[in-house]
Design a protein around this ligand. Structure first.
Ligand SMILES: *Cc1c(COP(=O)(O)O)cnc(C)c1O
Length: 411
């Protein structure tokens, strides 16, 4: 059979993930990888989860081993309501504002399905979280990108863009702005309170939904947490996505959408066609975990571990990169990533071949663009390598940058 002629337009256009291709060799001996954006497995409470898993499988098998409802476990929903209050101070969420999804990734996919048509206008940040871009791309091929600054998206740019599109008569096509306000993946930045308030005003004015994706909010190293967009704008303006992937374990694949009841109902109908329900067993395990243990107390050592590694990486960057003019990075106050930007003429994708030779891995900024445009930035993750590896890795990276810069006549 000739496959190409049988494939849908979408099927034809699917490409394998750049990150997967790039990181294929990152596990070879002697390699140091700043690539993987996954939590440290030693932070997973494996013994507690294993014990609960055995219990609920044997004693509650009529629920946990059966088909679940599409909206998910009511016990987990009750725990979620408590967690939302603790995390965000949100108190007015009821059961019909909540639907559990198979990771936030499915939430992104379902939201795209219920809101986007081919001619819709959807706003994303630049750089953009890859998972969101690939979910939205299933429906849309064109996006409006809003540049990120050190304190969140460039709202002046966003407003100007909206004004322009509105003048062209496109307001009816506006759908949503997707944003990661806390400890952005990949940019590491956090949206300031002032910008959060302005963003709500602007989106109210142009009637745009805000899709707030907050997997990292609880992984704060220092300072007070800022009010979520959902707390500021309410369910009339904001749909909030959350996940247990970064605060407990990604293996459970439990994400959640908090939103207006009619939006949640639409998502529910779309989810029925996607997978009927998310695993009841996993949801009940997490519900029991939250009932029995204090997840924030559990997170403390994990946050401390990430904070120390982050500090080590920032110090290494200061020691190695301060003398390369035009290099820029933001010291993140939480999350898992540092976004390193080299002088404009550097192409971190092209430079990757040299990095590979020195066995140091990062994700080139190009991977976080919508249109594969060249980038002088890269995402560095500090969560998996040890502190010694971080120091050694940044030194290797410096050598790569100098070698590449000299070869290209840039430094
Ligand atoms: C890791 C991450 C998620 C989580 O996705 P899951 O499907 O819940 O594992 C969502 N959004 C962003 C920005 C992330 O970095």
């Amino acid at each position: 059979m000739e496959l190409e002629s049988k494939l849908s337009e979408l099927g034809k256009n699917l490409k394998s993930s750049l990150i997967r291709e790039l990181l294929k060799f990152a596990s070879l001996p002697g390699s140091i990888s700043f690539g993987g954006g996954v939590p440290d497995p030693d932070t997973f409470p494996r013994h507690e989860l294993a014990q609960i898993a055995q219990e609920v499988t044997e004693k509650e098998y009529k629920y946990t081993l059966q088909y679940n409802t599409t909206e998910g476990d009511d016990e987990l929903a009750q725990q979620m309501i408590k967690l939302l209050e603790r995390t965000y101070g949100i108190t007015d969420v009821s059961r019909d504002n909540i639907i559990f999804t198979t990771g936030s990734q499915q939430a992104l996919d379902l939201i795209a399905r219920i809101f986007l048509d081919k001619d819709s206008i959807c706003f994303v940040e630049y750089p953009v979280y890859l998972g969101a871009a690939s979910a939205f791309r299933m429906t849309l091929t064109q996006f409006e990108t809003i540049p990120l600054e050190d304190d969140g998206i460039n709202i002046d740019y966003f407003e100007k863009k909206l004004e322009e599109l509105d003048k062209e008569g496109k307001r009816k096509n506006f759908r949503f702005l997707y944003t990661v306000p806390n400890f952005h993946n990949p940019a590491g930045v956090t949206m300031s309170l002032e910008k959060r308030k302005r963003l709500i005003e602007v989106c109210n004015k142009y009637d745009i939904i805000i899709l707030e994706d907050d997997p990292y909010g609880a992984l704060r190293f220092e300072g007070e947490s800022l009010p979520s967009l959902y707390s500021l704008g309410g369910p009339e303006r904001v749909v909030l996505l959350n996940t247990f992937s970064k605060i407990l374990t990604p293996g459970m694949r439990i994400g959640v959408i908090i939103g207006r009841a009619d939006i949640v109902r639409k998502v529910n109908m779309a989810k029925q066609g996607a997978d009927l329900c998310s695993p009841g067993l996993n949801q009940r395990i997490v519900a029991r975990y939250l009932e029995r243990y204090d997840i924030f107390a559990h997170l403390k050592p994990a946050i401390e571990l990430y904070r120390k590694k982050k500090d080590t990486m920032i110090k290494a960057l200061e020691e190695n990169f301060s003398d390369i003019e035009g290099t820029h990075w933001v010291n993140p106050t939480g999350g898992l990533f540092i976004w390193l930007t080299l002088p404009e003429e550097f192409d971190t994708m092209e430079m990757f071949d040299m990095a590979k030779e020195k066995k140091i891995y990062y994700i080139p900024g190009e991977a976080f663009t919508i249109d594969d445009s060249k980038s002088s930035s890269m995402r560095l993750s500090f969560c998996l390598p040890s502190e010694e590896q971080i120091i050694e890795g940044v030194e290797r990276l410096k050598k790569v940058v100098v070698e590449y810069g000299k070869k290209k006549g840039l430094i």
